[in-house]
Write a protein of this length. Structure first.
Length: 128
């Protein structure tokens, strides 16, 4: 697995622009897709520098197929799935406003109501 460094090319296609977040199992990067006119997308790379075994890759692939055909404006759906050296990755729409977790001031009552409406709509869609 190549080291994930700003400016490097990942998977012979994605130029790593900025690390957006890191978790226990993945890193999310803002990238430019050099084979698609340098459009900016988000890349979620699972098990960076660790890789998954064939069972883990199979499970990841099955989970991707479950969400592929979902269509709801309140869900961030992956657009593409692949793997490099045992590390699967997802290509997703880049959200320039970031995550709700990054909001630096308290929500207003109206913002909470709007957020709850969108979240409940997505949950209803998923459970239908």
């Amino acid at each position: 697995m190549p080291e994930l460094i700003q400016g490097k090319i990942f998977a012979n296609r994605y130029k790593l622009i900025e690390k957006l977040g890191i978790g226990g199992f993945s890193e999310v990067w803002k990238v430019e897709d050099t084979k698609a006119g340098n459009i900016v997308v988000a890349l979620k790379i699972f098990s960076p520098n660790k890789g998954l075994d064939s069972k883990g890759l199979s499970l990841f692939s099955k989970e991707y197929s479950l969400v592929f055909n979902l269509n709801n404006p309140n869900l961030l759906i992956p657009k593409h799935f692949d793997e490099v050296d045992g590390s699967p990755y997802l290509v997703m729409q880049y959200c320039k406003n970031g995550s709700v977790y990054e909001k630096d001031k308290p929500f207003t009552e109206n913002e909470v109501a709007k957020f709850m409406l969108h979240a409940s709509s997505a949950l209803e869609y998923l459970h239908s």
